[in-house]
Write a protein that binds this ligand. Structure first.
Ligand code: AMP
Ligand code: GLY
Length: 415
């Protein structure tokens, strides 16, 4: 059976590893993939989504799983569906829940789903008036996709005003910043909640927690994510029930009513403030590195993706391992500022109950070379968070390349 996976990161790699564990005889096509995925399957570099759908049809691909949001914004799902191909992900117009923050915030408001108080605007004057009404810190967000960099938390009204001016003029993020969202700052803890949806029904995965800052103690600049663990004991049963009833169900219902039915991963970026959940953002794909710790916990991921893409989630039984997974991202020396020097990766030993999901690596003469921002993720599993963490860190120590950087405190919240 041929499976196509869209993306180049450790997220996509971890999906393939989990599927392979469930079923041996799968053939993978990664688009574009990385140096390590080339060893799990075949890498193909087709950027045009129409061309990609035709290629998938000719190759007899039976299921396409979209990892990266950039394909979604280009309408890859629409093109696959036109050719009657099976694909797991939202259409271009449903993907606006992630690709336009203004669309997402207005949707939340229309459907009375709790989120930070905000305005959407393209007018500097209006932005300034709203900024005046808030108490710093103040959050300013570019409307469009900015590769995770479009959110600025300003410490003062003056800074917020300057950030807004630079975004609106196009100086900071080009067209993606010509419209902005200004919102109040919410002070709490963040959780990543993933619902796999088939327009009507959904399956909730264990809650995960990401670590966005580069350094220990949540210091330094924001990154794509430096590590994650799941399930998080910070997500109580009651909290998850509320997220289902007050956020996920109304979102699926609202999208359907607006003729924009949602199929794919609904990633709720949650802020929990004094036990009250707020939607910070929606993404319409798995988080990276959250996916790398969720995949090892699911025994039947292929069945799950198939059921979701065939709209059979209503009676689907998720088979979860009763374990915890911790993933530690090993990044390059200069991540996230600029490219790091290339360097050969050497791994002395992979301990039991641990594995690697590869991201920024290339293959040269059959050797893996660190060649990117986030290089790889060391994942450990165990019965307890301590066990899983120990395994992940043991593996981190066994991996070597020039300039290796990783956080030493992943999962500190629950340790
Ligand atoms: P977003 O891309 O909207 O998830 O924002 C990126 C990160 O900025 C989030 O993961 C939060 O850490 C932070 N953030 C965004 N909005 C807010 C907010 N209203 N209050 C506090 N932190 C926020
Ligand atoms: N780890 C957060 C994200 O993928 O957006």
């Amino acid at each position: 059976m041929k499976i196509m996976i869209l993306g180049a990161g450790a997220r996509e790699y971890s999906i393939a590893l989990a599927l392979k564990k469930e079923r041996e005889n799968l053939e993978f096509i990664f688009v574009p993939g990385n140096g390590a995925s080339a060893k799990l399957g075949q890498n193909v570099d087709i950027k045009d989504v129409k061309e990609l759908a035709l290629y998938a049809k000719n190759e007899g691909v039976e299921l396409c799983i979209v990892g990266s949001e950039s394909f979604l914004e280009q309408g890859v799902v629409d093109e696959f569906l036109k050719l009657n191909l099976k694909i797991f992900g939202p259409t271009k117009s449903a993907a606006m829940l992630e690709s336009s923050k203004a669309f997402m915030k207005e949707f939340l408001q229309r459907h009375k789903i709790k989120t930070a108080r905000f305005i959407n605007t393209s007018e500097f004057k209006e932005a300034c008036e709203f900024i005046e009404s808030l108490t710093p810190p103040i959050v300013v967000k570019a409307d469009g996709l900015c590769a995770g960099k479009g959110v600025i938390i300003a410490k003062s009204k003056e800074e917020a005003t300057q950030v807004a001016a630079k975004m609106l003029s196009g100086e900071s993020f080009g067209e993606a910043g010509r419209k902005i969202v200004v919102e109040e700052f919410l002070d709490g803890f963040e959780l990543s909640i993933f619902a796999l949806c088939d327009e009507e029904d959904f399956v909730l995965l264990p809650a995960a927690q990401d670590h966005k800052k580069l350094y220990d103690n949540d210091e330094g600049p924001n990154t794509g994510g430096m590590g994650a663990y799941a399930p998080s004991s910070l997500a109580s049963k009651e909290l998850l029930e509320r997220v289902k009833d007050e956020m996920i169900k109304p979102t699926l219902k609202g999208m359907k009513e607006e003729n924009n039915a949602f199929c794919g991963v609904l990633f709720v970026g949650l802020m929990v403030v004094k036990n009250e959940p707020f939607v910070l953002e929606f993404n319409v794909r798995f988080g990276d590195p959250e996916c790398e710790v969720l995949m090892p916990l699911i025994n039947n991921p292929l069945e799950l993706f198939m059921a979701a893409s065939e709209k059979r989630l209503k009676n689907f039984k998720l088979d979860l391992r009763n374990e915890v997974a911790v993933g530690v991202v090993c990044a390059g020396k200069n991540y996230p500022f600029k490219a790091s020097p290339k360097s050969k990766i050497e791994i002395s030993k992979i301990p039991e109950n641990s594995h690697i999901s590869y991201a920024g690596v290339s293959l040269e003469k059959d050797e893996l070379i660190a060649d990117g921002g986030r290089i790889l993720v060391c994942v450990g599993t165990g019965k307890t968070i301590q066990e899983a963490k120990k395994k992940a860190y043991e593996l981190c120590e066994n991996v070597n390349y020039e300039g290796k950087h990783f956080r030493k405190d992943i999962a500190y919240q629950v340790d």
